[in-house]
Ligand binder design. Structure first.
Ligand SMILES: *[C@@H]1O[C@H](CO)[C@@H](O)[C@H](O)[C@H]1NC(C)=O
Length: 110
């Protein structure tokens, strides 16, 4: 087993048009080589979920865009659409030390 890693999930309070986004867990401690997962829930099902990572230096990168009813894989990241598009989980396979950071999701009106 490798070092414990802390993946912080910024609570996503982005809202649009009366809809709310929430994310869990708020913080996830995982170990190198393990699979990590976090879930984002939206009160509506019309927009794709965007997943981002913020590294400790502050830089934010976009990881995935998960449309309703589709699963998307980019490298070790898989974004799943659940609950008819109202929920999205981000799964990270084989977590590495370099994956430490804040993960958050947003639902943006176009
Ligand atoms: C996404 O993947 C999950 C788990 O593998 C599966 O249960 C689900 O049906 C998939 N969803 C879609 C929309 O393909």
């Amino acid at each position: 087993m490798g070092l414990p890693l802390r993946l912080g999930c910024l609570l996503c309070a982005f809202s649009c048009c009366g809809a709310q986004v929430s994310q869990s867990p708020e913080a996830l401690v995982t170990r190198e080589g393990d699979r990590s997962a976090m879930v984002c829930t939206y009160s509506s099902a019309y927009f794709p979920f965007q997943w981002y990572r913020q590294v400790p230096s502050g830089e934010i990168t976009h990881l995935l865009s998960v449309p309703a009813n589709r699963n998307v894989t980019e490298g070790r990241f898989t974004g799943e659409s659940q609950d008819g598009g109202k929920k999205s989980s981000l799964n990270l396979a084989e977590t590495r030390v370099a994956d430490s950071g804040r993960y958050f999701c947003a639902v943006a009106a176009q």
